[in-house]
Write a protein that binds this ligand. Sequence first.
Ligand code: HEC
Length: 121
Amino acid sequence: MKKSVVVAASLLWASVSVNAECDLNQGKKVFNKCAACHSVEAGKHMMGPSLHGVVGRKAGKTDGFLYSMAMEASGFVWTNERLSDFIASPMSYVAGTSMPFGGIKKVDDREALICYLKGLK
Ligand code: HEC
């Protein structure tokens, strides 16, 4: 009896924490705004570079994609925070970027999107 209560409680905890930190469906929905120019398939570049594995990757350095000089010279690594700031306002975060996108203002949408990108296999 005692054991089943513990199991139920930990399952509940797991689903609550996943939802609180990461709404994958929401993230996928937000990604529709990027999908015209970005694929999530490794190595598949469109107008923008593939976003497969972008978190933790060096900005402007993926093989096979011609970046703007601004992005190539940025010299940073995409962390959650950097991605979030960039997506909020790409053209002011990396002045001179060739990514013509106005930005996503809602922080929840950006978090869900980054979560989705991190979860890609
Ligand atoms: C209209 C096309 C377009 C849309 C829409 C777009 N991007 Fe981009 N994206 C680009 C281009 C072009 C680049 C290359 C920018 C450069 O070299 O300055 C880029 C670059 C990036 C990079 C840098 C990748 C790297 O390898 O350093 C990230 C991250 C990124 N985009 C994320 C997003 C996300 C997330 C969205 C949706 C919210 C999005 N983009 C929407 C065209 C687009």
